[in-house]
Design a binder for this molecule. Sequence first.
Ligand code: HEC
Length: 143
Amino acid sequence: MNWTTAALCASLSVGLIACGGGEKKAETQSSTAAKKEAAPSVDVAAAKKLMQDKLCLTCHSLDGSTEINGAPALGPTLKGIYGTQTTVVVNGAEVTHKVDDNYLRKSINEPMAEIKKGYNPVMAPLPMTPAEVDLVIAYIKTL
Ligand code: HEC
């Protein structure tokens, strides 16, 4: 194992690639292989921490609960919403459409554009990078 492989192994906390074991010579492809394997899985810990830091979890539960710390949650749970139909109010008119990536991105980036029926328009836009929004969306899909 050369130092590059060692460093790569050390930096991969999830152990996506087997390090140290059978001496497969010159694993030059290891970084691309690791990336490919990592793509579909979500870094749950990072996503949860981000959502805690951005205050999402003060209003949204992730487990279907309508309460947070014993008080009614201001926002709907984010569990199981992906792929369902949702009814939102846009400029006073009700619109029903699917919860997909675009809807989630819009809900997060422009929370006032479409207000989920039955809820108050209290969600403020929380500054996040596109990569952070992608992480949150990927995580919501797993809930
Ligand atoms: C102050 C409370 C509050 C905070 C903080 C908050 N939200 Fe919301 N969120 C709401 C409310 C209320 C709604 C429903 C009304 C609406 O559509 O704006 C909502 C709606 C949503 C929806 C649409 C859900 C659906 O079923 O249609 C998503 C997705 C969402 N929020 C994600 C987030 C994320 C991600 C964060 C953190 C970056 C966050 N929210 C922070 C209150 C909040």
